[in-house]
Ligand binder design. Structure first.
Ligand code: F6P
Length: 549
C-alpha cells in the first residue's frame, strides 16, 4: 500500500520560501510585469494540438514558477503521476487504483492491473457501447411496438449525470438530428415529470446510469420512469426501453433490467471521472461512435502530454501550481470558470464536482490533519452573460478571484459578426482584470469634472486590476478538443491533490448527509419522532403540519 509522505507539505522548506516570496512580491502589479517583458505572452503560454493556454496574466515571475516547481518536487509529484499512470492503488482509503486514463488508451496499448491487462476489457466494453448506440441510431434497435427510438433519457446523478450532460451539450453540433437526449438527475419529481411530458412511451429509451446502482435519487427516478412505461405499454416493454450502466450487475438484475442490456465499468473509475467509460453511453447515442472515439483520443493526447512533458512546460502541472499559488499563498478561497461558449455552459458545474469532491478534504491521504487550506470553491457561468451578473465584483470588489476564461476561436453557429463580439468580450475581460484603470486614466476621462463631484466619482471609476486569469483558447469545440480540455482539468485537480497530500479519489464527505436524510425520511413516514437539535426538530414539525395529505 502506498503511504508516501507522512510529513505534510507545509513542513517542507519551500513552503516557507513561497510564503516569503508572496509577501515580497504581492504589491507588484501585472501591468509592470508586462511592461518589463514584451515576450511575456510567448514565455508564459503553451500550445498543444490547437489548444492554447495563456497563463501570462498571473501574478507570476520566473522566481515564482521556480519555487512552485520546487514545491512539486517536494511533494514527489513526478512519482505520483507515474503511480497513477501504472495503476498503483493511490486511492488509499478505498484500496483502489485510479485508471480513468486507461479508458482513453488506444487498443494496442497495454496496462496490467493485478496481473490482467485492462486495455482489452476497456475496448471490449467500448465496442459493446458503440455497437448498441449504432443499432439505436440506425433504427436496428426498435421500441416495443416497432417504433424507432427518438428520445433518450439518462437517469443518473453526480458523475453519472454531470459529465455526460456537459459533453452532450457541448457537442450538440455533432448530434444526430431526430434523436433527442435528456438528462434527469434531481429526486425532485418535477425534473422527471417535465421530461416525461415530452416523451412518447413507444420511442423513448431510458438509460439508468449509476456506478453503485444504490443511489436513491437515481433509483427513485428510474422506478418512476419504469412505472410510467409499464402503465402505458405493459411490463414486456421494459426490455426494449430500459438499459443500465453500472458496476453492480446484481442490483441491475434486481431492478428488472436484463444484464445483456447493461454496460459495465470498473471500480478504478471514479464517478466524476466516468464520462469516458460506458457512462458516456448517452453521448455515444447522440454523437455516434466515431466522434466519441475522437473525444477519447483528445483525452489520451492530454494524458501523454501530462505524463511525458517536463513540469515547466506541462499544462496541467502549471495550472495546478498557479491555482495553489493563489489558494494557499494568497488565501484566495474561490476559483471562477467562465466558458465563452454556450455549449460549454455546464462545464463549471462539472468541474465543480470534479474539483470540490476530489480536493475538498481536511485530512491527508493517510488520515493526518492538514493545517492549511485545500480545494477552492469552484464556480462560474458562461460568458458573456456572467459579465452582466457578477463581473462587477471581480473588477471592483475586495476579493482576489482567480479566473479561467475558455473560448473557441471558431463557432459552429457563425451568425454574422457575433462570434467575434463574443471573443472580443472574453479577451477584454481578462485585459481589464489584469490592467485595471489608473487614476491618471480616470482623470482623463473625467476632464471637465471638478470639486466634490470629482472626489465622489474618481474612486468609483478606478479599477485596481491585478486580478489573475488563465485563458484557454480552442480552435473550435470538437470532440477531440473537448477531450483535451476535460483531461486538462482532471489532471490539474490531480496535481493539486497530490501536492496538498489529499486523496483526490474518495468522497467520504457526502455520506453523512445521506445517512441523516434516510433517518428523517423514516421519521416523516412515521409522523415524527427522533431526537434532533431544536432547528431540525422545528423544521420537521413544520413540514408535517403544512404538507398536503
Ligand atoms: O455524491 C456522491 C456520489 O457518490 C458521486 O461521487 C457520484 O458521482 C454520485 O454520487 C452518483 O453515484 P452513482 O453513480 O453510484 O449513482
Amino acid at each position: 500500500m502506498i503511504t508516501e509522505r507522512l510529513h505534510p507539505i507545509n513542513e517542507s522548506p519551500v513552503w516557507a520560501r513561497l510564503h516569503q516570496h508572496q509577501r515580497a512580491t504581492r504589491h507588484v502589479h501585472m501591468r509592470e510585469l508586462f511592461a518589463q517583458d514584451p515576450q511575456r505572452f510567448d514565455r508564459y503560454s503553451l500550445q498543444l494540438d490547437g489548444l492554447l493556454l495563456d497563463y501570462s496574466k498571473n501574478r507570476l515571475t520566473d522566481r515564482t514558477l521556480e519555487l512552485l516547481l520546487e514545491l512539486a518536487d517536494a511533494a514527489n509529484l513526478g512519482q505520483w503521476l507515474q503511480w497513477m499512470r501504472r495503476g498503483e492503488r493511490i486511492n488509499i482509503s478505498e484500496g483502489r487504483a485510479v485508471l480513468h486514463t486507461a479508458l482513453r488508451l488506444p487498443a494496442d496499448a497495454s496496462l496490467s492491473l493485478d496481473g490482467q491487462d485492462v486495455v482489452p476489457q476497456v475496448h471490449a466494453e467500448l465496442q459493446r457501447v458503440c455497437e448498441f448506440a449504432e443499432r439505436v441510431r440506425s433504427g436496428a434497435w426498435l421500441g416495443h411496438d416497432g417504433q424507432r427510438i427518438r428520445r433518450v433519457v439518462n437517469i443518473g446523478i453526480g458523475g453519472s449525470d454531470l459529465g455526460p450532460l456537459m459533453v452532450a451539450e457541448a457537442l450538440k453540433p455533432y448530434a444526430m438530428p431526430g434523436l433527442a437526449v435528456d438528462f434527469v438527475s434531481n429526486v425532485d419529481g418535477q425534473h422527471l415529470a417535465q421530461v416525461l411530458a415530452q416523451c412518447d412511451p413507444t420511442s423513448t429509451l431510458f438509460i439508468v446510469a449509476s456506478k453503485s446502482f444504490t443511489t436513491p435519487e437515481t433509483l427513485l427516478n428510474a422506478q418512476a420512469a419504469r412505472r410510467w412505461l409499464v402503465a402505458a405499454a405493459g411490463e414486456a416493454a421494459v426490455a426494449r426501453h430500459f438499459v443500465a450502466v453500472s458496476t453492480n450487475a446484481e442490483a441491475v438484475r434486481a431492478f428488472g433490467i436484463n444484464t445483456e442490456h447493461m454496460f459495465g465499468f470498473w471500480d478504478w473509475v471514479g464517478g466524476r471521472y466516468s464520462v469516458w467509460s460506458s457512462i458516456g453511453l448517452a453521448v455515444v447515442l447522440a454523437i455516434g461512435a466515431e466522434q466519441f472515439r475522437q473525444f477519447l483520443a483528445g483525452g489520451a493526447r492530454m494524458d501523454r502530454h501530462f505524463f511525458e512533458t517536463p513540469f515547466e512546460r506541462n499544462m496541467p502541472v502549471l495550472l495546478g501550481l498557479i491555482g495553489i499559488w493563489y489558494n494557499t499563498f494568497y488565501g484566495a478561497h474561490t476559483h471562477a470558470i467562465m466558458p465563452y461558449d454556450h455549449g460549454l455552459r455546464r462545464l463549471p458545474a462539472h468541474i465543480q464536482q470534479l474539483d470540490m469532491e476530489s480536493n475538498g478534504k481536511r485530512v491527508g491521504r493517510c488520515g493526518e490533519r492538514l493545517d492549511f487550506d485545500t480545494g477552492p470553491v469552484i464556480w462560474g457561468e458562461e460568458g458573456a452573460n456572467s459579465q452582466h451578473a457578477f463581473f462587477q465584483l471581480l473588477h471592483q470588489g475586495t476579493r482576489l478571484v482567480p479566473c479561467d476564461f475558455i473560448v473557441p476561436m471558431n463557432s459552429h453557429y457563425p451568425l454574422e459578426g457575433q462570434h467575434q463580439v463574443l471573443v472580443a468580450n472574453c479577451f477584454a475581460q481578462s485585459e481589464a482584470l489584469m490592467r485595471g484603470k489608473t487614476e491618471a486614466e480616470v482623470l482623463q476621462e473625467l476632464a471637465g469634472v471638478s470639486g466634490d463631484e470629482l472626489d465622489m466619482l474618481l474612486p468609483q471609476k478606478l479599477f485596481p486590476g491585478n486580478q489573475p486569469s488563465n485563458t484557454i483558447a480552442l480552435d473550435q469545440v470538437t470532440p477531440y478538443s473537448l477531450g483535451m480540455l476535460l483531461a486538462l482539468y482532471e489532471h490539474k485537480v490531480f496535481v493539486q491533490g497530490a501536492i496538498w497530500g489529499v486523496n483526490s479519489f474518495d468522497q467520504w464527505g457526502v455520506e453523512y448527509g445521506k445517512q441523516l436524510a434516510k433517518r428523517l425520511q423514516a421519521e416523516m413516514a412515521a409522523g415524527g419522532g427522533g431526537s434532533h437539535d431544536a432547528s431540525t426538530a422545528g423544521l420537521l414539525r413544520h413540514y408535517l403540519e403544512r404538507k398536503h395529505g
